[in-house]
Write a protein of this length. Structure first.
Length: 200
């Protein structure tokens, strides 16, 4: 092996190790419910809450927004995530007043205002449940980098919704500060939120 080839191999290995180390660090961040702020996550939206009132991202300024995209017909993941978020708010005590949890549907065809009003009764009272036209929901999902699509059932008579299952945390200024994986416990969420509140 020539000296030049030797140094090229060394440089390639260094780049590979750096990339691997960074990927591992990002994986650790996600597991801890923390992340380096990313300007590309978040943005304006205009939707309708469970009472029929039009709200925008500006409506919640001054509080940390805890945002979850899901749908009310979800059989397991969404209810589990919402319950964990609600339990985390209870663990926060009076600090929960600094948090505004939002559920944004990815299934506006079925999740009407009336459906969301009923769904509201089953989870923490601090939640707002948002819907809109398919276009409005798509705009919000795109701004927050959330993937979703219809997944027909085996008989083709109904459908589920495949979707990103992360809980996003936006700061009081509306900027992204972090997220929690879908399997985060109430204790992990509460701990992370206290950290965000303290730093924020």
């Amino acid at each position: 092996m020539s000296r030049r080839t030797y140094f090229i191999v060394l440089i390639a290995l260094a780049v590979l190790l750096a990339a691997t180390g960074y990927a591992g660090y990002r994986a650790w961040q996600m597991n801890q419910g923390v992340s380096t702020p990313t300007a590309s996550i978040g943005g304006p939206f205009s939707l309708i809450d469970q009472s029929g009132k039009t709200v925008t991202d500006e409506s919640f300024r001054g509080k940390f927004m805890l945002i979850y995209f899901g749908y009310t017909f979800c059989p397991d993941v969404c209810p589990t995530s919402l319950s964990a978020m609600g339990d985390a708010l209870d663990l926060l005590g009076i600090e929960a007043d600094k948090i505004k949890p939002l559920f944004i549907t990815v299934d506006p065809e079925r999740d009407t205002v009336e459906v969301l009003a009923d769904y509201h009764q089953h989870f923490h009272p601090f939640f707002s449940y948002l819907t809109g036209t398919p276009k409005q929901v798509a705009v919000a999902a795109k701004a927050y980098r959330v993937f979703f699509r219809k997944a027909p059932t085996a008989d083709g008579k109904d459908y589920f919704m495949d979707h990103t299952s992360l809980t996003l945390v936006m700061g009081p200024d509306g900027k992204y500060v972090g997220h929690f994986p879908h399997d985060s416990t109430p204790e992990q969420i509460a701990k992370g939120l206290r950290r965000f509140i303290k730093s924020g």
